[in-house]
Design a protein around this ligand. Structure first.
Ligand code: MF3
Ligand code: CO
Length: 254
C-alpha cells in the first residue's frame, strides 16, 4: 500500500476540483423534486461539470455509463441513471459525483428528500451526514485512520442504523481510488498514521435496516437486502496539522 502525500501545487488543484464539485452539487440540489427522472439529474450534472471545463470522473470509469451515480431509496450507491426512473414524493435520493480538474479528482455525495418524507427517512439522512462530521473530528495529523472509522460507526449505531461493510472510502488524487481504504466501521488495529497532505474521500453508507447489501444484475447498483432505505454522504478532505480542510464544500461550510 502506498498513500500519496500531495504537494502544495497538487493541493491547489484538489481545492479547485473540490470547489467546482461543491457548486455542481448545489445546482443539482435545487432541482430535486417529484417528477424528474434520474437521467435528468445525470444530464444536468454532466452539463454543469463540463461548463466548469472539468471531466466527469465517473463516466466510463471501469465501464460505469454515466457522470452521476443516482441511487433511490433502497439503492445504496452506484445507481445507473434511467429516463424511466421517476422520483416520487417520499423517496430519498443519493447523488454521488466526481470531477477531474487538471488531472486531479474530487469525490462527494449527498442524500436528499424528494418532497415530504417520513421522519425516520429524514433521521437516516441526518445521521448519515452527521456521522461524516463526527468521523472527521479525528482527521488530523498524528491520529490513526481507524479513529475516523470508529467515530462514524459509533454515531450511526448509537442512532439505531447500520453501517454498510462491503464498500469503503478511499484516498483520492490523480486517481479516483487511491490507498488507503477507509472503512466506516472499526477494523482490528489502528490503521495508518495520518500525515498532512493526504487527501481522503470519507463516505459513510448507512442503512435503516440490516447492513447487508447485494449487487443487481446490472453489476453496478448496490441495494439493501431487506429493501429498507439507505443514505450516503461523502466529501473529499485534506489532512493538515490542525482541523481537516473539507475540499468539496463551498467555503468548507455545510
Ligand atoms: N464515489 C464512488 C466511489 O467512491 C465512485 C463511483 S464509482 C463509478 O466508489 F464507477 F461510478 F465511478
Ligand atoms: Co468515493
Amino acid at each position: 500500500m502506498s498513500v500519496s502525500i500531495k504537494t502544495q501545487q497538487e493541493i491547489e488543484y484538489m481545492r479547485e476540483a473540490g470547489k467546482i464539485l461543491a457548486a455542481v452539487h448545489e445546482e443539482l440540489r435545487e432541482k430535486i423534486e417529484p417528477g424528474i427522472s434520474t437521467k435528468d439529474i445525470d444530464r444536468w450534472g454532466e452539463a454543469a461539470i463540463r461548463r466548469y471545463k472539468c471531466i466527469p470522473s465517473f463516466l466510463n470509469y471501469e465501464g460505469y455509463p454515466a457522470s452521476i451515480c443516482v441511487s433511490v431509496n433502497d439503492e445504496v450507491v452506484h445507481g445507473i441513471p434511467n429516463k424511466k426512473r421517476i422520483l416520487r414524493e417520499g423517496d430519498i435520493v443519493s447523488l454521488d459525483a466526481g470531477v477531474i480538474y487538471k488531472g486531479y479528482h474530487s469525490d462527494a455525495a449527498r442524500t436528499y428528500a424528494v418532497g415530504k418524507i417520513d421522519a425516520n427517512a429524514q433521521k437516516l439522512i441526518d445521521v448519515t451526514k452527521q456521522s461524516f462530521f463526527e468521523g472527521i473530528k479525528y482527521a488530523k495529523a498524528g491520529n490513526h485512520l481507524y479513529d475516523i472509522s470508529k467515530a462514524i460507526q459509533k454515531h450511526v449505531e448509537s442512532n439505531g442504523f447500520s453501517i454498510v461493510r462491503d464498500l469503503v472510502g478511499h484516498g483520492v488524487g490523480q486517481n479516483l481510488h487511491e490507498d488507503p481504504q477507509i472503512p466506516n466501521f472499526k477494523p482490528v488495529g489502528r490503521g495508518i498514521k495520518l500525515v498532512p497532505g493526504m487527501t481522503l474521500a470519507i463516505e459513510p453508507m448507512v442503512n435503516a435496516g440490516v447492513p447487508d447489501v447485494w449487487w443487481l444484475e446490472d453489476d453496478w447498483t448496490v441495494v439493501t437486502q431487506d429493501g429498507e432505505y439507505s443514505a450516503h454522504y461523502e466529501n473529499t478532505i485534506l489532512i493538515t496539522e490542525g482541523e481537516p480542510e473539507i475540499l468539496s464544500l463551498q467555503d468548507g461550510i455545510q
